[in-house]
Design a protein. Structure first.
Length: 284
């Protein structure tokens, strides 16, 4: 299906950039869509539409190819799909997040709202486009801009002390953005993936503490851990998030240090040969 071309929504996002690279390297025609202007030096074989997906007039100007890959919020994808001309698109692969599952019972109202919004977005997408393939990644990493591993690495480079709630025994499966790009393109060509939702995790399962240790090791830092009770850790983080450096870290993240966030990816492997790599964070 991708041979006829792909319209890519969220091209300049962290995962979108990887997908654009892979499609271009495979010689697949791409119509890239982004709020940003076309970058200088981009291959002339790549079409570019600057569009605000919240604006119906902008959406109406997008040249839709038979296959669409969307890396934007799943709720926004559903909003765009509702505006498609009938029969315009034959195949849709859209990204969501495993946060739809992992944050549903969080003690933090913000986390529960995130989970509810993701689940609602997925449901509305299914309503408008039942055959969509929905991909839910775990924690994404893979270089500058990933906002997850990079944040930890930068903090350890400043201060090699990392507070843990309890012993940090919650299990994690970080997934590399390059593996997500491969998965998205592969899923467009899989008939078995039509109408299904997949949780996409990395190949390695490790404890939260071990994950932090490996991030430090790759970046020449030996983390020193301080074990704190949840109420104290929560109070400290609330104060820290008032500063620009720590702003945006969700309070619920410290609660989940002791929770297992583990998913089975065997169905994705069976349906479109999903084969992610073990966790090897880059140097930052």
């Amino acid at each position: 299906m991708t041979a006829s071309g792909v319209t890519l929504l969220g091209t300049t996002g962290f995962v979108g950039q990887k997908i654009l690279r892979d499609l271009s390297q495979q010689g697949i025609p791409v119509e890239a869509v982004s709020r940003q202007a076309r970058p200088e030096g981009l291959s002339t074989n790549i079409g570019w539409t600057q569009a605000d997906l919240n604006d119906p007039d902008s959406v109406a100007r997008i040249p839709w190819k038979e296959t669409v890959i969307s890396t934007v919020l799943v709720s926004m994808t559903a909003q765009v799909v509702a505006l498609w001309p009938p029969g315009a698109v034959k195949r849709l692969v859209a990204f969501s997040s495993t946060s739809a599952l992992t944050k549903v019972d969080s003690s933090e109202s913000f986390d529960r709202e995130v989970s509810a919004q993701l689940q609602d977005g997925e449901a509305r997408l299914r309503q408008f486009y039942p055959n969509a393939t929905i991909l839910r990644p775990t924690m994404i990493y893979g270089g500058p801009g990933d906002r997850n591993v990079e944040r930890v690495a930068r903090q350890l480079q400043r201060i090699p002390i990392f507070p843990l709630v309890g012993r940090g025994t919650g299990l994690r499966q970080p997934v590399h953005a390059d593996d997500l790009a491969i998965a998205a393109v592969s899923a467009t060509n899989s008939l078995n993936a039509h109408g299904k939702t997949y949780n996409l995790a990395g190949a390695e399962t490790l404890t939260f503490k071990h994950m932090i240790q490996r991030i430090g090791q790759v970046n020449d830092v030996t983390p020193r851990f301080i074990s704190l009770p949840l109420p104290i850790a929560r109070s400290i983080l609330m104060l820290l998030t008032l500063t620009p450096r720590f702003r945006g870290i969700p309070l619920g993240s410290i609660e989940r240090m002791s929770h297992d966030l583990v998913f089975d990816t065997s169905q994705a492997h069976e349906d479109f040969q999903y084969s992610p790599r073990a966790f090897l964070p880059p140097r930052y």
